[in-house]
Structures are given as structure tokens and as C-alpha cells.
Design a protein around this ligand. Sequence first.
Ligand SMILES: *[C@@H]1O[C@H](CO)[C@@H](O)[C@H](O)[C@H]1NC(C)=O
Ligand SMILES: *[C@@H]1O[C@H](CO)[C@@H](O)[C@H](O)[C@H]1NC(C)=O
Ligand SMILES: *[C@@H]1O[C@H](CO)[C@@H](O)[C@H](O)[C@H]1NC(C)=O
Length: 980
Amino acid sequence: MSSVSQIPTTFRRNKEECHGLVRVLSLLSCLGSTLNDDVLGLIVFKADLQDPKANLISWNEDDNSCCTWVGVKCNPITNRVYELVLDGFSLSGRIGRGILQLQFLTKLSLSNNNFTGSINPSLAHLESLQVIDLSDNNLSGPIPDEIFQQCGSLREISLARNKLSGQIPDSLSSCSTLAAVNFSSNQLSGPLPTGIWSLNGLGSLDLSDNLLEGEISKGIDGLHNLTEISLRNNRFTGQLPDNIEGCLLLKLLDFSKNSLSGKLPDSLQKLTMCSSLSLHGNSLMGELPEWIGEMRSLETLDLSANGFSGRIPVSLGNLKLLKVVNFSKNVFTGSLPDSMINCKSLLAMDFSQNLLTGNFPAWTFTLRLQKIPLSKNRLVGIIEHPSSTSMDASYQNLQVLDLSNNAISGEIPFEIGVFSSLRLFNMSRNSLGGVIPASVGELKAICVLDLSSNRLNGSIPSEIGGAVSLKELRLDNNFLAGKIPTQIEKCSSLTSLILSQNNLIGPIPAAIANLINLQTVDLSLNNLTGSLPKQLANLPHLLFFNVSYNHLQGELPAGSFFNTITPSSVSGNPSLCGSAVNRSCPAIVPKPIVLNPNSSSDSSVAGSFSPNLRHKKIILSISALIAIGAAAFIALGVVSVTVLNFRVRSSTSRSAATLTLSVGDDFSSSPTSDANSGKLVMFSGDPDFSAGAHALLNKDCELGRGGFGAVYRTVLQDGRPVAIKKLTVSSLVKSQEDFEREVKKLGKIQHPNLVALEGYYWTPSLQLLIYEFVSGGSLYKHLHEGQGGNFLSWHERFSIIVGTAKSLVHLHQKNTIHYNLKSSNVLIDSSGEPKVGDFGLARLLPMLDRYVLSSKIQSALGYMAPEFACQTVKITEKCDVYGFGVLLLEVVTGRQPVEYMEDDVVVLSDMVRGALEEGKVEECIDGRLQGNFPPEEAIPMIKLGLICTSQVPSNRPDMGEVVNILELIRCPSDGQEELE
Ligand SMILES: *[C@@H]1O[C@H](CO)[C@@H](O)[C@H](O)[C@H]1NC(C)=O
Ligand SMILES: *[C@@H]1O[C@H](CO)[C@@H](O)[C@H](O)[C@H]1NC(C)=O
Ligand SMILES: *[C@@H]1O[C@H](CO)[C@@H](O)[C@H](O)[C@H]1NC(C)=O
């Protein structure tokens, strides 16, 4: 008898429970007399467990009867509990001894909870128990022997999916009433108790997923009533019992994943009721006997992963009910019997990884199969045209057709498109010839298309773009020629694109960069040409990218994945450059025109300087060193011009949108809050600026727009006009501290030919730069938008060039690179003097990233020095010299740096250089001047412009030298005495 001291400590918690405790104590004290109190038993049982979801809240110890409690069923006559079913109640803790009070319990089901601890041996005392279900808990320890010792009426027991260990108790055999035993998914070990075979009432025995071992005894024929037996996934050895026909009622036999050996016993054929036979993953051998066709009830036959050999019996076709057949991973030979066309119920089959020969079994198309896996065999025959062999039904069902790794020849039938549900088509490693039919584009469901390692020729059909679900495309190791179709960009789910080892030519389509899911790209070992699209760097998920052994050229994309690309992914492309291939970019290797200082020909720069120059020696030594990068660069110029021009267009529309939005946000909606929270700094005094702020609202006051932002005109309260630049992409601006420091530095740079920066305004979301207002408009307007007859004179042009040059000298002395020199940034004041604006703004970028920089100042198309396009060359103030050279040529010729003709792009410096070489340079000078210019100034000027636009930065003079040269050009008569 239990004593008070055994009452669980968890019971002593609070006042209410103390009340219960008292009751329990009093009840316990008279256990001898009032034994039939199920309430007491259940309350003690409840006290032992945790009930986090309060599922047992109805279990109240003050109730006189427990028959209304959840999970409890009573016999209506005796009012005693006969069923306790608490499945899935989230209960935890141990199964306490309170349960032993329920003397008339027939069914105890605590499945799918979180009970722990071991199984209480005293459960055996519940003599009425017929069903015990403790499956899906966390019970551990051994199965107690006692449980079965006096199991009066136990019929079903399930301890499945716990953590029970040890052996199956011998006493199990004394429980002759047992009809169903399920100990699956535990850690039970050791051999089966021999007595188990004498349980002739047993209908179902599931011991799968344990660590049981030993042989499956011949005694199995004692189980006359067995309908299901699973010993799957244990460590059983030895042969299959040869007297299994004793189990005549067997419907399901699963001995898979053990170490059984030997042949299939003939007795198996007697199991005419057997519908499922699984022997997968053993070491069974020998031929599959013809009698397999006698097992007419078979629906599932799994013999995979064994050592079965010989031919597949024709009698298999007798199994009309067969739904699933798996013979994969054996050594079956011969061909698949055509008789299988009679297995009309077949839904899934797998004959992959055997040694099957013969033609592709066309009958497979006639069944309702979803998958046809026949990979890794020795099939040779061609795939017949599906339409000639089968009914329409099969087309819609087939999802997987895997014939990879065979010896199939012939061509892919053009009608492949009819398989409208096909998701995977793997023909890798066969001997297919011919072309990829255009109808692959009709495979709307296809995710995986693998035609690698065949002998396919022709080109990749552009129709591939129709396969919109495609995730993996493998066409590697074929003889495919032609270009990669740009239509591939329509396959927007593509993660893997493998086209290596073919004869593909042409460029890598930039459209590939739109396939944002791409992870793996292998285009190696082809004949691809052109450069790598820069946009590839934007692919966010790229993990593997191999373009080695092609004829690609130019620079590797910069950024993200490409910064860490392994050299072997790009090797074998002699003209690729960038740090990954350890080769600096070829901007530096053009065919140079070396200027000959001794030449007197008019087409030489030296010639132009020599006649009248005072400092001839200095100048000659400069010019002698100068080599002008030549026409070889025009081609590259055109490419980058086109690409950049495309970028310009797309980014302008974006920045326009930002602008409209931010004008609304920053000014109209909350002008005061922004003005209050922001910081306004004017370098000279502190005029009230707010009055002018509203002028910003007015888009009509917009003066212009550049890479760094839009400029508005507004008037300070003192009536002075200023130009205000609203910086756009705020994320590119540094922290407030950095911003202020850089802006203050720029504010200190003062020069008559520079637009003065007068102040700034800062909030986290809005940054303004306040500039001196210059009234006369930009040089660009004067040159390219002037009204008829009102053009700049030669004299005006000359002084604009000199003034601009001087401003740059000053900037460079202050260690500031302008970065963004162009005619629209040169303003002309009322007296005709140039004032250069927008200088040094690159400093406000978080870092001097040349990609960002070149996209910011892309509007300066044609002014950008070539080193911007090349990672390996340092950017110095010589990039301003280049821009200045272009500007100079623009001023002298009146033409834009880059002009787009109908079918051509004219790069000004190349055009002028060509004209100089042909001795026709005077024809380049702005026709609107109508000859009103001194050639002895104009021609040296042009040559100076060409020298400044030299491709090699070190070949360009510095701005100080440029000013000196300009002064000399302007006063030709001064220098004569120095001439030799
Ligand atoms: C196609 O089959 C081959 C050989 O069986 C296999 O290696 C390859 O991974 C399969 N292709 C895909 C994309 O699954
Ligand atoms: C591929 O390029 C190599 C080397 O330039 C050339 O010999 C070969 O003919 C090219 N093949 C094709 C198919 O264009
Ligand atoms: C890239 O492809 C080439 C040629 O197939 C191969 O040799 C190289 O190892 C590959 N590189 C990487 C990183 O896989």
C-alpha cells in the first residue's frame, strides 16, 4: 500500500492545492475501504504531470464523479472509468501511479504528448487493460518485463516513437491475447525473443526503425493471423525465412533496410494476398523468379538497392494491380519487358541504375506515369516520337523523364513540347545528336533541363525563352554553336546556367544580368567574345561564375562577387584585364603618335610652338615627351559611349522622380520643421535665408541639373541672388561632420574664375549648397544654344579658355580635383569672364568610388578621362587636364565632345586628331567664326587640346604648364628672340 510520503512534492504548492492535498490524504488514509474512487486516482495522476495548456482544467478534485471530465469515459452502469484518452494534450512529466487506481480501465491512450521517464511496471496490475497507446512521447529506459507477465486481456500495445532501449522482453510471448504490437522508432536492440513467433493471434507487428539484430526465425510461420509485419531499418541478418507461406493472410511485408542475404524464397509466391512487398536495401541476390507474376495482389513491389540480377521476368505484366515498382540499384540485365504495358495501374516506377539494355521502352509513355527514371543503364535506342506511340493522357501526367547516363542516340523528338507537365528532363550523358528542338520553349512547366554531355549541334534556340519555369539549364559538353540567345532573360527563375564546353560565339548578352536568381554560371571553354557586361556585378545571389577559356576582352566587372573571383574562373582569356587576372587594363597600349619636335610640318604640335616661342626649350621638352593615345581608342570610346549613354537615360528619369517627390516632401509639406531642424551656415556673416527658402518650391526657378543635384535660383533677404544646389542621392553624402568639414574646405577656395561657395544647409535628409549666382548662363548655352549671329568671338573664346585654365591651376594648388569639368559647369559672368562651378563635389561621396563617380558625372560624357574606366590607373588631377582639353576643343570647334549621327558616334578629340594627321585641322574650327580668327593662335591651341586629351595621364601637361603655353600662344610676337 502506498504511504503518505509517496505523494509527489509537486503537490505542495499553494493554498488551493493544499485543500486538495488534505482531501487526497484523507482518501489515501482509507484506501482499504473505499477503493473504487477513480476521482482520487485521476487527481493523483494529474498531480504528477504538467499541463501547460490547461487541457485538464475540468478535472476538479471536488467533483464526486469524474465521468464528465475531458478524456475520461465511464461505464454507464458501474460509473467506473473504462477509457482514458488524452492524445495530443501537450502533457509532460511522468505517467504517475495514480493511474493504477483505475481498476476497470480498458483503454489507456496518452499518445502524442511529452511524457518522460520510464514505463511503470505496475501497469500490469490493470488487469482489464486491452489497449495501451503511449506512442509519440519521450519515454526512455527498457520495456518492463512485468508488463506482459500477467497481461489478462491486452490486445494492442503501441510504444512507437519513444526513446525506449534494451531488449524486447521475453514475457511478450506469454501475452497470447495480443493482436497488434508496435514498438517502432525506438532504440531497442538485441534479438527477437523466440516466443514472439507463438503469438498466433498477432495480426500486426511493427518493430521498424530500431537496432534489432539476429536472424528472422523460421518460427514466423506460427503467426497464422499476421497481416502486416515491418522489421524495416534494423540490423537483421541471414536469409529470408523459407516457410513464410504459413502467414497466409500477410498483406504487407517490409523487411527493407536490413542486412538480409540470399535469394527470394519460393514460399513467397504463396502470399497471394500480399499487396506490398518491400525488400529495399538488403543484400539479396539471384534472379527474380517468374512466379513473381503469381503474387497477383501486389500493388507495391520494392526490390531496390539489392544485388538482383538476370532479366526482369515477363510475368511482371500479370500484376494488374501494381502501382509502384522499384527495381533501381540492382544488376538487372536485358530489356524492360514490353508486357509491362499491361500494368495499367502503374503510377510510379524506377528502374534506374541497373544494366538494362535495348531500346527506350516506348510503352512507358502509354501509362499514366508521373516519373520515368531510367538513368544509369545501358539503353541504346532512340526516343520514338511520342505521338506515334501513345495516347494523349500520358503527356499531361509525365513530370520527370530521366534517361541520363545511358547510350541513347538519335535526336530529341521535335514533339517534346507536348509533355506539358514535364518538370525535369535529364538526357545528360547519352549520344544524342541533332539540334535542340525549338519546341523546348513549349515546356512551360520545365524546371530542370539537362542535355549535357551529348553530341548536340546547331544553336541554342531562342525559343528557350518560352520555358519560363526553368531553374537549371545544363547544355555543357556538346557541339552547340551560335550565340547565347538574349531571350534567355525571359527565364526569370533561372538559378543555374551551364553552357561550358561548346562552340558558342558572340558576346555574353547583358540581358543575363536581369536573371537575378542566378547562382551558377559556367560559360567556360567556348569561343565567346566581347567584354563582360558590367551589370553582372549586380547579380545578388551569384556563387559561381566561370568564363575561362574564351576570347573575352576588356575589364572584369567590379564589385560584389567579382571582387573575390578566383583566377581560374576567368583564366584563358588573354585580353581580359583587371586584378583577378593580374593584368592591368589596356588603356595604355594604343598606337602612339609621337610628336616630332624637329618637324616643321604644320601637322605637328612642335611645329606650332616652335616659330615664335620664348620658352621654346621647356615647351619642346614637354611636347617631346607627349604621346597622344591614338585612334585605336576610338572603338573603345564608342562602346563606352553607348553604354554610358544608356545609363544616362535610365538614371535621369529616376532622378527626376526623386526630385519631384522631394520638392514636395522637403519644402511644401513641412517647410518650417525642416528650416528649424536644419543647420544653415553662411561663410560670410549670416543673412536670413528663410525668406528665400520658399523660392525653392518653384520649379520654374530651376537653373539646371547635374550628377550631384538640381540647382535653383533664389534671392536672399538682402536682395542678393544665389544659386542653390540641392544634393540628390543623400545616401551618398557623408556624415554631417564629414560633410561640413569638406564643404568648409571647398568654401575656402576662392578665385576670380571659380564660382564661390557661400554656405550650406544641412539636415539628415536634405543638403543644400549655396553658391554665388552668375548671371550670364553657361558656356554650354553660349556655344551650343546661342541665337543666330550672337556667337562668342575668337577673343572671347580665348579668354574663357585662359580663365578656365587658371581656375584649375588654383584648384590644383589647393589639392582639389574638379572631377566634373564640362561646358555646362563653366558660367560666364556679365563681363564675359568664365567662372567654373561644381568643383570638388566628389569629396562629398563617402568614398572615391570610381564607379559611383563615373555614374555621377556621366553627364560629362566625353570629358571623362579614360582612367575612370580602368581600375588599375590612379585618378589624379590629370583627369581635369583631360576634361580641359576636351573643353578647349569644344570651344575652338563649337562642336560637342560626343555627337550622335544617324549611324555613327563622333568623338570630338578623335575627329580633330584625324583632321590634324590629314593636315586639314583648320576645317575643324567653328565655322560660325567665319574665318575671324588668327590661325597662328587657333592651330597651336588645338594641338594643346590634343595633348591634354592624351590617353596616358602622365603624357598630359599640368595645368600650370597649360597656362604658360596659352600665354605664349596669345602673344606670339614676344618670343622671337629666344628662337634658334
Ligand atoms: C542529370 O543526370 C546526371 C546523371 O545521372 C546527374 O549527374 C545530374 O545531376 C542530373 N542533372 C540535374 C540537373 O539534376
Ligand atoms: C574558336 O576559336 C578558335 C581559336 O580562335 C578557333 O580556332 C576555332 O575555329 C573557333 N571555333 C569556332 C566554332 O568558331
Ligand atoms: C573554370 O573552368 C575551367 C575550365 O572548365 C576549369 O579548369 C576551372 O577549374 C574552373 N574554375 C573554377 C573556379 O571552377
